[in-house]
Design a protein around this ligand. Structure first.
Ligand SMILES: Nc1ccn([C@@H]2O[C@H](COP(=O)(O)OP(=O)(O)OP(=O)(O)O)[C@@H](O)[C@H]2O)c(=O)n1
Ligand SMILES: O=P(O)(O)OC[C@@H](O)[C@@H](O)[C@@H](O)CO
Length: 460
């Protein structure tokens, strides 16, 4: 089995080198990532978080209606080349973890019981990856990965690019780990509590997460390690070196890899999530092909915005909850205009009342012309939407309607750049094509991102 040579305890460990910045492997560029081997993740989350001083273990502390661990899981779920995630939680938290996975629709994730120490929890997670699984038809399968990424569940800010570097280095070297420069100098003390000596800071780094290992290396390292290591150790890279002779490749990671340890770290994590979310929009077009066009128009108009496109074509209450945890709720619906559905959405938004970017913004784009709207009779015209919008504004929700209005008499008028106080589209905005509509809608969205107060206007 490949990797045995990497786990030869007699093989002398070479000193290894600090990789400044990039992994020596081919520098990955976004979109160029090619992972052609199975990668799974173990998220140790079995601790009690004593250092926060809180009763709730920090991984289950919530902000913006979502537990910290859910943010971490989401970071990994978004990585397409990760095949499975194992969350390791204390036995007494298994039901809570199952509820979180269901409530936030976490896929690819399963929970297994942790141990009395972090190493024991991680070991349980590694063993779970190697277990045989009963398939529905009764057959047995093992989706044993080639590479295992281990990452503390209380480090919610992990980026795909860095995960890619760790996974590639782990596959090539047998082990890889994230490092960061030391902030404080490391000193050794005498038994009487005096300075014995200090270490030269430039020669040392802080070991962080994520870390990566071939399955063979990490499973055999844990299989061979001592009870004392399992009880008192804190470093998986050390186990790989000590018990497998595998010297990890060290890769300097971004500052976002920090671990939530103390209570103040929870507040820091919340402010980072808020800052990230406030640049995110959810575009729901019900399957219309214009989602990408709108996303591009918005990126041009509003700058870097994290767009979630068409994740939920039909909105019901629990989907609104899901959306609100994914992004600031800005819905752009194209050619979907049922007044009942609109009112239901607005009610759900009001009841959820958790969008980070207040107020939530809903834009209905009608690619059918007003004439068609009035003919089919089922779609409310501007006046009806205006009534709904006025009522919604009292509930701190902004509703816009933008219509395709075929009128040769009037030239196309681009919506003006949003002003600093309000974001207005001209009352007689004339759209002769989808791009013009989307441009106007993107300027509304851009205005939302750029101004605090946005007055709802209905434009046709
Ligand atoms: N028996 C344990 C102890 C810790 N961890 C996990 O290991 C990660 C990093 O450990 P740490 O920050 O020390 O978490 P706690 O042990 O919970 O914190 P404390 O030491 O303050 O109690 C956390 O995600 C924690 O949940 C674990 O899975 N099993
Ligand atoms: O020691 P703690 O349990 O607080 O946290 C675990 C950290 O030590 C660990 O994540 C890194 O040092 C990398 O091994």
């Amino acid at each position: 089995m490949e990797g045995d040579d990497k786990c030869d305890p007699d093989r002398p460990a070479h000193p290894g080198t600090f990789l400044a910045g990039e992994a020596r492997q081919s520098d990955s560029q976004p979109g160029e990532r090619r992972i052609d081997f199975p990668v799974s993740v173990v998220l140790p989350a079995g601790g009690t978080g004593e250092r926060t001083g809180l009763k709730t273990p920090k991984q289950f502390c919530s902000f913006l209606g979502r537990p910290l661990i859910s943010y971490t899981i989401q970071s990994f779920e978004r990585v397409s080349w990760i095949q499975s995630i194992v969350v390791v939680v204390a036995k007494e938290n298994m039901d809570l973890m199952t509820d979180i996975m269901q409530r936030f629709q976490h896929r690819k994730v399963r929970a297994v019981p942790g141990g009395s120490t972090r190493h024991r929890s991680i070991y349980n997670g590694v063993l779970a990856l190697g277990e045989q699984k009963e398939e529905e038809e009764g057959s047995v399968s093992v989706d044993r990965p080639k590479v295992v990424i281990i990452h503390d569940a209380v480090r919610p800010f992990v980026e795909e690019d860095f995960l890619y570097k760790i996974a590639m280095a782990a596959k090539e070297q047998g082990a890889a780990g994230a490092i960061r420069p030391l902030v404080s100098t490391v000193i050794a003390t005498t038994s009487e509590g005096y300075l014995d000596h200090s270490l030269e800071r430039t020669k040392y780094r802080a070991s962080e997460m994520p870390q990566g290992f071939t399955y063979d290396v990490i499973s055999q390292a844990y299989h061979r390690c001592t009870e004392s290591e399992l009880e008192f150790g804190t470093e998986c890279l050390h186990l790989a070196l000590q018990f497998c002779g595998t010297n990890a490749k060290l890769i300097e990671g971004p500052p976002t890899l920090w671990k939530v340890t103390h209570k103040r770290d929870l507040a820091a994590a919340e402010s980072i999530v808020k800052e990230t979310l406030s640049r995110s929009a959810c575009v729901i077009t019900g399957g219309s092909s214009c989602a990408e066009t709108l996303a591009n128009a918005l990126q041009k108009a509003a700058g870097a915005v994290d767009m979630t496109l068409d994740i939920v074509p039909d909105l019901t209450g629990d989907c609104v909850t899901y959306l609100l945890t994914e992004c600031n709720f800005i819905q752009v619906s194209v050619n979907r205009c049922c007044l009942t559905e609109l009112k239901t959405l607005l009610t759900d938004l009001e009841e959820e009342n958790r969008a980070v970017l207040q107020p939530p913004v809903v834009i209905w784009i009608h690619l059918s012309s007003l004439e068609e709207l009035s003919v089919n009779g089922t779609t409310p015209g501007p006046a009806a939407i205006m009534d709904v919008a006025s009522a919604a504004k009292l509930r701190n929700i902004l509703l816009y309607g933008v219509w395709l209005h075929q009128s040769e008499a009037e030239p196309l008028k681009r919506a003006p750049r949003s002003s600093t106080s309000t974001c207005r589209l001209q009352t007689s905005v004339v759209m002769l094509d989808v791009t013009g509509i989307l441009d106007a809608a993107s300027q509304v969205l851009a205005g939302v991102f750029r101004v605090d107060a946005v007055s709802p206007e209905i434009h046709n």
